[in-house]
Every structure is written in structure tokens, then in C-alpha cells.
Write a protein that binds this ligand. Structure first.
Ligand code: ARG
Length: 578
């Protein structure tokens, strides 16, 4: 909760307590009717139920106790017993001046800070990145920035898929141009790898012998065979380089570039320990861990630790990865930003980890997300029906941004290279903001034209809003009209902007608690809108009264600082000018 809401809730709580009622009834929140009041407390309704009296009568008593507080200009009752509260302008202005001085603009760090391993991205070697990986990268990057800003220690890990059957299939493909149609001489290129995998995957479905052979190669690879292992290493290097390039371009970074293969050496000991502990059992030759519970609403099948042929599974590597993370970082939390469709997998893994105790003291949570759909409402594909490559996606977004910029006359007189740099920043902002502004669990439709618009709730709108404030402040200096001074409130647009700015701790705190970057988007958008109304109603650079001008410039600077912070947390760059 915000410092302001805390303070108000405590004041009202004292009044309830003085009436012999629970202090928690004082809980105060932002008013549903901003036309009537800034804040409201509905505690009298609950109090009346408990005390079996009339809520209005209780509300009257609370009102009588708080209305003389110099904090309030207005305390009024409405409806059955709502207590409506309006703060004095000087109190609000003090708050604004306080957060303007504070390097964190009013957002406190969390206490205690945590050590968090954040698993996101999750691309697969030799398979093209798809939009699921894109969403994971965008959401994960924002969460990593937010958690660091809040004071946590975050260790981000890309957890690359580099060890399963898919690798055996690629290695098989390298030896079988007859199956793949791709002739590889020396090292394969990335383009070749991206053709090989789907070809072998399709052939495996049709032809048992291909699948059998790919399985054999997978087993040999996992035994560090001296032919396949070095070949696999090259494939992984080539693929990783391209993944790195793609994520770099998006401004997505990882502390650790580990993959499933990096924990392979931990599997044997882990499995032995689990066997010894009696937490696993054999079933049709496979080694499984029962994880069902009596109160399960839907069936949670056992986790397969080893298949009957002794092969490790996706879940096995995830468990071994937990062992590795606990050994290396002793985290308080391990969070997984992965497509919601993998929820059952994570449920099994978490339960097995707790049952076997391998998670140490770490809490584990799957932060799922919905799908990005095409206009047909189905998971997004290219016009040709394939997966959209990250580079192509960025290219398309840059194009869409360039078109929108031309329409809006933005950058028309800039040099070509600056204009194209801005178009890229705007294109990436369009994609990221569109993705982050939906609640992560929601599915959304990919619509670049809308995302790249400079109007509405979009990334480009916010970038433009920030650039406009920058240029306003620059103009004040250039024209020698810059003065410093405290924020004072006169106009209602100033009051409204201050109220919005004072709610940043609530917005970012909730975004952090709920792992919901959409709440950052929402706050940033409200802030930009409040600023825009303020700017439409109040002169800033042209204001003649120096004190008022200083106040408005300070308010503009505070708005800019908060917008910059929010965009930074969303992973969105702000162009120097537009
Ligand atoms: N590579 C997986 C995929 O593409 C995602 C990995 C997610 N992370 C994890 N620890 N399982 O589906």
C-alpha cells in the first residue's frame, strides 16, 4: 500500500479505535468518485454489522473525530455511510516535494530483500525462437528490472533447451541430407539448423527408424560420446550466438546462460538420493514420484524421473536445475516465467521438489502467461504459417513505427540514421508495451498498427509524452526561463497530477507483489494523461509568475522522472528527441 493510504488508514483507524472498534476498519482507498472526493473509507458499514447499529451513525462519529485534522479540507458522508476525504493542497504539495527530493520518487525498497532466481526466456537450441519465448523474455526482463529496483538480488537464467531428443534429432539431421534436404559442409549455419530440426521432427513422426536412431544419438550424446558431443557443442555455440543477438536487440539480459545440459552431471546423484529416501517408486520400469494430493481438483499425474530406458526427462532436468540453483545461490525464491500451458509440468516439479526437499528453503512459483494470437484468434503465425523469427518481428515493428512517425510528422527533419534509430526504439516499445500492458495471463491479439500508434495506451504514446516533457524542460533552460522552486498547488489539474504522482509507490508495490508489469503500464499511462491535462490547462515556460513557473517546472521534472523510471522498468528506451 502507498505511504499516503497507510497514513490515512492509520488516522481513520485511530478514530475507529477511539470508538472502541477495530482499527483495521479505517482502511482507506482512492475514491471511486474522484468528482466528490480524493479518498474514501467504507469501514462504517462493516463496523455497523459488528456493532449491530446504523452505519451512518458510526460514520458521523468517525467524521467528528477526524474532520478537525489539518490534513483534510473536507470530510463528508455519502450514501449509507461512506466517509469521503479530501486532503489540503498544502499537504499534497508537501508530499510531492518530498518524493521529488527522494532519488526513488517515493518508492521504498522492500524489507527484507530477497534473493531470487528468475528463469525466463527458455529458448531451444537449433529451433527458432517463437512468440512464447518472446513473451517470456519481455515479461521476465521487466520483472527482473522491477525486482532489482525494489532491492532484491536477482539471478536471471535463460535455461536453454539444449539436451533432449531435439538435439539427437538435429545431430541425426546433420548426417542425413537425404532426410533433411540440407547438405552441411563443416559447421552448419543457423539457417541450416533451423531447417534441419523441423525436417527431422516431421520424419520422426512418419518413420519409426528415424525416431529410433535419433533416440540412440541422444543417448550417446548424453554419455558424452566423442563424435556427437563435440558436434553438439558446436551446434549449441552457433545457436546461442544468434539467440544472444536476438535478445540483445530487445534489451533482454541474463546473468546466467545455462542450459539443461549444464545440470546433467547432477542427475545421477540426485536420482540416487531420491531413490534412497524412498520418495520414488518403479512403475512399468520407469522411476516415478507420486505427487497427487487428495484435494486435487484435477488429476496431477506422477512425475517421471527416469523413463524405462533410463533416459532423463524435461522434469528431471528441471529438478536437477533446482539442485544446482540451491547449491549456487541458496535463493529465497525461484520464479519461472513460462507459458501457462506448462502449468501442470511446474506443479509436478514443485511438488516433487518439496517432497524430496531438494529446493532448500526456496519458494517456487510458476508465473504463467497467455498466448499472443493472430487476427484469427489462434496463436500467432507468419502469413506463411510458420513461426515469426525475432529479427523479422523487430524489423516489422520498426517498419510500422516508421510509418506512424511519418504520419505524425515525427523526425521528418532529422538525419536518416537518427530517424531509423528512433523508429527501432519506437517499434520495440510498441511490441513490449502491448505485451506488458495486458495482464500476463490474458491472451491478446497481435496488431502492430495499433501497437505502434502515438495515440492511446501504447508504448509510442508514452515515449512521446516523456520526450515532450524533456523538450519542455530544455526549452525553459534555453530561453533562460528555468527557475527552481517547490511545488505548490493552484489549479485542479495540478492537484490531480500530484495525486497521481503520489500513487507511484502503490502502483509499483502492487506490480511487484503480483508480478504484474501491467500495473506499471497503467500507472505510467495515467501519469502521462494527468500531465497532458495539466499541460493543456497551465502555462509552464510562458508562466509569468516566477513562483508558479518554478512549481510547474518542478512538477514537470517529477513527472518526467517517474515516467523514465516506469519505462526503464518496462525495458523501453526513450529517444533523445522526437
Ligand atoms: N525450453 C522450454 C520450451 O521452449 C522452456 C523452458 C522453461 N524453463 C524451465 N525451467 N522449464 O518450452
Amino acid at each position: 500500500m502507498s505511504a499516503l493510504l497507510d497514513l490515512l488508514s492509520a488516522k481513520l483507524g485511530d478514530a475507529f479505535a477511539a470508538e472502541g472498534l477495530e482499527a483495521s476498519l479505517g482502511a482507506t482507498r482512492v475514491s471511486d468518485r474522484p468528482d466528490l472526493a480524493q479518498f474514501q473509507c467504507n469501514g462504517a458499514m462493516a463496523a455497523a454489522k459488528i456493532a449491530k447499529t446504523n452505519p451512518r451513525a458510526i460514520a458521523e462519529k468517525i467524521k467528528a473525530r477526524v474532520e478537525s485534522d489539518p490534513l483534510f479540507t473536507k470530510v463528508e458522508l455519502a450514501g449509507p455511510g461512506f466517509i469521503n476525504l479530501t486532503l489540503t493542497d498544502s499537504f499534497l504539495a508537501d508530499g510531492a516535494n518530498r518524493i521529488a527530493q527522494d532519488g526513488r520518487y517515493g518508492v521504498p525498497v522492500v524489507d527484507p530483500a530477497k534473493t531470487i532466481v528468475l528463469d525466463f526466456g527458455g529458448p531451444n537450441v537449433a529451433k527458432p525462437l517463437h512468440v512464447g519465448h518472446l513473451r517470456s523474455a519481455i515479461i521476465g526482463e521487466s520483472l527482473q528490472r522491477l525486482m532489482r529496483f525494489m532491492g532484491d538480488t536477482v539471478i536471471s537464467d535463460i535455461h536453454m533447451g539444449d539436451w533432449g531428443l531435439q538435439m539427437g534429432q538435429v545431430l541425426y539431421g546433420l548426417e542425413h541430407p537425404d532426410v533433411t534436404g540440407v547438405v552441411v559442409d563443416g559447421d552448419p549455419t543457423l539457417e541450416q539448423l533451423e531447417e534441419i530440426y523441423p525436417a527431422v521432427s516431421a520424419a520422426s513422426k512418419e518413420d519409426e527408424t528415424v525416431l529410433g536412431r535419433a533416440r540412440e544419438i541422444t543417448a550417446r550424446l548424453q554419455e558424452h560420446d566423442n563424435v556427437y558431443y563435440p558436434r553438439w557443442q558446436r551446434v549449441r555455440e552457433i545457436s546461442t550466438a544468434s539467440i544472444r543477438e536476438g535478445f540483445d536487440a530487445l534489451g533482454v539480459t541474463f546473468d546466467e546462460w545455462k542450459g539443461e545440459a549444464d545440470v546433467d552431471h547432477l542427475i545421477d546423484d540426485m536420482v540416487t538420493a531420491i531413490k534412497v529416501s524412498g520418495k520414488a517408486r518403479l512403475s512399468d520400469g520407469a522411476l516415478i514420484i507420486d505427487v497427487a494430493r487428495d484435494d486435487d481438483k484435477k488429476e496431477v499425474p506422477p512425475l517421471i524421473l527416469l523413463k524405462s530406458d533410463g533416459a532423463a526427462m524435461y522434469s528431471t532436468t528441471d529438478l536437477a536445475t533446482i539442485v544446482d540453483r540451491v547449491q549456487s545461490h541458496d535463493p529465497d525464491e525461484i520464479l519461472y516465467v513460462v507459458d501457462q500451458r506448462q502449468n501442470l509440468h511446474f506443479e509436478q516439479v514443485f511438488r516433487a521438489a518439496k517432497k524430496t526437499g531438494i529446493n532448500g528453503h526456496a519458494e517456487m512459483e510458476h508465473l504463467g502467461f497467455g498466448t499472443m494470437n493472430g487476427p484469427d484468434g489462434k496463436p500467432f503465425k507468419t502469413r506463411e504459417g510458420g513461426v515469426m523469427k525475432l529479427a523479422d518481428l523487430i524489423e516489422n515493428a520498426t517498419q510500422a513505427a516508421a510509418t506512424r512517425m511519418a504520419e505524425a510528422g515525427i523526425g521528418a527533419d532529422f538525419a536518416e540514421d537518427e530517424r531509423s534509430k528512433i523508429a527501432r526504439q519506437v517499434g520495440i516499445a510498441a511490441i513490449k508495451f502491448a505485451d506488458l500492458s495486458n495482464h500476463r495471463m490474458a491472451n491478446y491479439i497481435f496488431d502492430l498498427d495499433r501497437f505502434a500508434s502515438f495515440e492511446g495506451k501504447t508504448g509510442p504514446y508514452l515515449q512521446y509524452a516523456a520526450v515532450r516533457i524533456k523538450s519542455l524542460l530544455r526549452r525553459a533552460r534555453d530561453e533562460d526561463r528555468f527557475v527552481e522552486g517547490p511545488i505548490v498547488i493552484g489549479a485542479k489539474e495540478e492537484r490531480n497530477l500530484v495525486l497521481t504522482a503520489l500513487s507511484i509507490d502503490d502502483a509499483l508495490g502492487n506490480a511487484y507483489d503480483k508480478h504484474a508489469p501491467n500495473l506499471i503500464c497503467e500507472f505510467a499511462y495515467n501519469l502521462a494523461q494527468s500531465f497532458s491535462s495539466f499541460y493543456a490547462a497551465c502555462h509552464v515556460v510562458r508562466e509569468e509568475d516566477e513562483g508558479t513557473r518554478a512549481s510547474r517546472l518542478s512538477l514537470a521534472a517529477l513527472t518526467l522522472a517517474q515516467l523514465e523510471l516506469c519505462l526503464e522498468l518496462l525495458g523501453i528506451e526513450i529517444p533523445e528527441r522526437m
